[in-house]
Design a protein around this ligand. Structure first.
Ligand code: SAM
Length: 291
């Protein structure tokens, strides 16, 4: 259900439906219900989705193609359907629509038009890879496909190398080795990577290790299947050692600038990358000034 400040009056409903990234049985029962009951199902490729639906025994009323090359024009058509009060489902070839796939434009337009926009969540290669990689899953970011070459690629690689969270990257099979080599030169060979291949499919593989050992494992002329990489977060450098005297002096300066003793200790601990307890210990060792 969506609410907002659009002011539009379209009475229809747009439902994004996630479809399997390999294993057809990963389509949820609610996804099947929505696909059956929708007035129109927009598909990235109607033949591909039509085959999936018939394999799962899902009969749909009407399929409409909506892909990268006609999304602008189809958006107008979908808006008319929503204005007529119809329910339009949106699927892509695999995974979650609008995630490195068409959909974002029609979703934005539906919101603007005042339609209800909702989702049947489900498979996405990015989320599946982060969960299974066993790297820094607490915070991560999604890069999708990187620019193929040039200054744009170099800049993205540099940003990725410095990212303090894990990074998810999609890549075509013939380019995985080149990506691994570029990541190794940007991040250093010690950085961990998980290379997830053919997730949920018969030949699912997960290779996990340092970038230096990943080099050459997926030669461009023979790598097959679909790949998603999870690169571990850049580790913050170990905090420099700060002496008890320096810590006490830092607390004194912070108190002189107006902080309470408690806040000054918290700030000094944060700056030194240590626990507050260690700052209190330093104060106790350094005599009465700020203690
Ligand atoms: N919308 C999709 C999603 O939610 O994951 C992504 C679509 S994007 C065009 C396709 C890319 O996703 C592939 O090139 C590959 O990098 C990744 N991908 C999709 N299925 C995958 C799978 N089963 N195993 C590994 N990667 C996969």
């Amino acid at each position: 259900m969506s609410t907002g400040a659009s002011g539009g009056t379209a009475a229809g409903r747009l439902v994004l439906v996630a479809t399997p990234i390999g294993n057809v049985r990963d389509l949820s029962p609610r996804a099947a219900d929505v696909l059956r009951s929708a007035d129109v199902v927009c598909c990235e490729d109607t033949r591909h989705s039509g085959r999936l639906f018939s394999r799962l025994g899902i009969t749909t009323k009407r399929l409409l193609s909506l892909h990268g090359h006609n999304e602008a024009q189809r958006t107008e058509e979908v808006l008319r359907l929503l204005e007529d009060g119809l329910t339009v489902a949106l699927v892509t070839d695999a995974g979650t629509p609008a995630i490195s796939d068409p959909g974002a434009r029609v979703v934005a337009a539906a919101h603007e038009a005042g339609a209800v926009v909702s989702i049947v969540p489900g498979p996405s290669a990015a989320v599946a890879a982060v969960a299974v990689a066993g790297l820094s899953a607490e915070r991560w970011c999604f890069e999708g496909f990187l620019p193929r070459k040039g200054a744009e690629r170099t800049a993205r690689l540099a940003a990725i190398a410095a990212a303090p969270q894990a990074v998810v990257i999609y890549e075509a099979p013939g380019r995985v080795d080149a990506l691994v080599a570029d990541l190794a030169s940007a991040c250093g060979g010690d950085r961990l990577v998980a290379v997830c291949r053919e997730l949920t499919k018969l030949h699912e593989q997960l290779w996990r290790g340092p970038l230096s050992l990943a080099a050459g494992l997926w030669p461009a002329d023979s790598a097959r299947g679909e790949f998603v990489l999870v690169l571990d977060a850049a580790r913050a450098p170990a905090p420099a050692e700060v002496s008890p005297g320096e810590l006490a002096a830092a607390v004194e300066r912070l108190m002189a600038s107006g902080l309470t003793r408690r806040d000054a200790v918290a700030e000094a601990a944060e700056r030194a990358g240590i626990a507050r307890r260690e700052v209190y210990d330093a104060l106790a060792q350094s005599g009465p000034a700020a203690s």
